[in-house]
Design a protein around this ligand. Sequence first.
Ligand SMILES: [Zn+2]
Length: 407
Amino acid sequence: MRCKACIIPISICLAGSVPNVLAQQGGAVAATSLPGPDDPIKAMVDRLDLEKYKATIKGLTQFGDRRQGTERNRKAIDWIEAQLKSHGCTNAERIKYEYNPAPPTARDGGGGARGASPFGPSGARIRGYRIPEGVNNDPNKQPDLELRELNMEPSTPGLREEVYCTKIGTTHPEEMYIVGGHMDGIGWGEAANDDASGTALVMEVARVFSSPDVETDRSIRFILWNNEEAGLAGARAYVDQRRDLQGKENPPRSGKYPEPKWLGMIQHDMMLFDHGMPRADGTMSREQRPEADVNIEFQMNSKMSAQSQALAWAFEQANEKYATDYPAAVGNHMTNTDSTPFMDAVASISLRENERGAQIGAGWDPQHHQPTDVYTTYYDKDFRLGLNAAQTTLAAIAQLTGARLKK
Ligand SMILES: [Zn+2]
């Protein structure tokens, strides 16, 4: 209840067991200083690398759009698990669940453009020029015949899996932050931005935290959700299966916590493309706009709204201190992503290239769920925005979990 009054940046909301990085500043928002030469978090952030990030995105696109319920999706999960293990995150496990949907919905079976409502998803008000937003479900719109063929197998109902691995905290293994992105896609492209960009971000952050010389007080779970594009089914299955296991030592007195208590859930979904608003004639700038930013969103209509907002500002401050090129902005309309099933249980935020409701909802990302969402669509300035989001998450999670470098 103590968080109820928090409307603006917040030093008092990361209460209880959550390390309070903001309270160190005495309540007011202090000026951010740049990291000093011996700052261990800067040393960890410096281990992120544009070429490595791009290579991981490229690696994911070899499996086409990775649509859930297909062989290419299952192969991608195996590949992700092997990558995590090779980075030192060796305790990879899988969530298993059944996905047996009703006959295709508009979203999964070929939707059209949204209407002209002034409000986008989650009630975010849309302003300015907009272009239609929808899901391509026509294979013939993919001009690359090899890619079209790769994406041809349709989704079939049944067993689904999703993979995660965990950095175990040294002093509080029983508590964790969840860092996620969804590995499945749709639209007959390579789902390079939506969401190989978020998946690769999680994998690269996992690589840095899994280095043998990095130690954290609290645990961090890296998870690559499946089925996001089919109703967040993978994240929902995780919440259903594991919420009641939180913080329980199992076996008793083993020091092992199969499901550490959730301290926060951070989702990464569409990290690359911030070229601004469509022009009046419906065209878009070819270049990343210089004002591009990382959009950190929480959901104001959730039970954990105050705690989520506090977490969002902790990320914004980490961005200000540690991200090299692009700033972050906080918004209150988090929606349409895997943090949604968590938002009434734990502080939950999403990081994106644009606001999901007001901006992506108005067509600011014309590749969204389209055949054009392929690796070659993007330039280094696009990839660099994703890298800056990775720097933001790595720095924030390092602060929140008490990360340090062993001498
Ligand atoms: Zn997505």
